[in-house]
Design a protein around this ligand. Structure first.
Ligand code: PAF
Length: 282
């Protein structure tokens, strides 16, 4: 497995792999791997000749006061896991190499980033779409792999790929969960044991909504009221948002009449967790 940290060098390497006719699968990450990342790498391994993983804690997708400094980092552990998973190349650039002095070009997806995490984290998706565009240009993958836990991110990246006519497929894979249902996230390691127990409320909220829909409830307000009550009853949890929306446009829905995205974000002390479920009518 090769580890490269210079953008021109990764670009040269990937260009020559493409010229040799190799297909490239990209797994963009911020490191601190868990089973969710590994499942993306395994799918990339199964579907491409070459698997490239990027590890970069992207400063411009963190707002002021967010957890950029305390975001979990474990480069050596990540490299060992990537190698065991059959990754061919890991790109680990520095922030200075990605955003050199004078950098001033950003990529913005407008409407899809207005609600949900975009409303709570102004500027976050601009940071994501800018780094993802740079990574797509450096690595020129045939496929890029994302997890459903970050559903809005994947919708925004798909839009970016369509709108800018980028020549790659976005592959979305299911959220990987702990045995008790908590969605795997690099941030989970920062939960205290009581917060970790309380964090089960995210998954419980999704199950509650699915169950209400399965017995015929169609009012978004009724379901959202129940979820808010469930989260408010958990003393360590602070609800950031919960929404039922159209899975394509991400606009809020009043009634559940077709496939619906339930998305939520909840804080436990300084750790903000997200989760979602794509609810289908029975
Ligand atoms: O999902 C993530 O880990 C990040 O947002 C990504 C896609 C690697 C961009 O920094």
């Amino acid at each position: 497995m090769r580890v490269i940290d210079e953008p021109p060098s990764v670009q040269r390497q990937c260009t020559s792999l493409r010229r040799e006719g190799k297909t490239i699968g990209l797994v963009p990450t911020m490191g601190a791997f868990h089973e969710g990342h590994l499942s993306l790498m395994r799918s990339a391994r199964a579907e491409n000749d070459v698997v490239v993983v990027t590890i970069f804690v992207n400063p411009i997708q963190f707002g002021r006061g967010e957890d950029f400094d305390s975001y979990p980092r474990d480069l050596q552990g990540d490299l060992a896991q990537a190698e065991r998973t059959g990754v061919d190349l890991v790109f680990t650039p520095s922030a200075e190499a990605i955003y050199p002095k004078g950098f001033q070009t950003y990529v913005d997806v407008i409407e899809l980033t207005e609600g949900l995490c975009g409303a709570s984290r102004p500027g976050h998706f601009r940071g994501v779409t800018t780094i993802v565009t740079k990574l797509f240009n450096l690595i020129r993958p045939h496929r890029a792999y994302f997890g459903q836990k970050d559903y809005q991110q994947s919708a925004v990246v798909r839009r970016l790929v369509d709108d800018l006519n980028l020549d790659l497929d976005i592959v979305l894979l299911p959220t990987v969960r702990e045995a008790d249902g908590l969605a795997m996230s690099s941030r989970n390691v920062r939960l205290t044991p009581p917060q970790r127990r309380a964090a089960c409320v995210l998954h419980a909220s999704l199950r509650l909504a699915e169950e209400r829909v399965s017995v015929g409830e169609r009012s978004a307000k009724a379901i959202l009221d129940e979820i808010r009550a469930m989260i408010e009853a958990e003393p360590l949890a602070r609800l950031d948002y919960v929404a039922l929306c159209d899975p394509e446009t991400l606009k809020p829905l009043d009634r559940i009449e077709g496939p619906t995205l339930l998305a939520l974000a909840v804080r436990f002390g300084g750790t903000r967790l997200i989760d979602n479920s794509l609810i289908r009518l029975p």
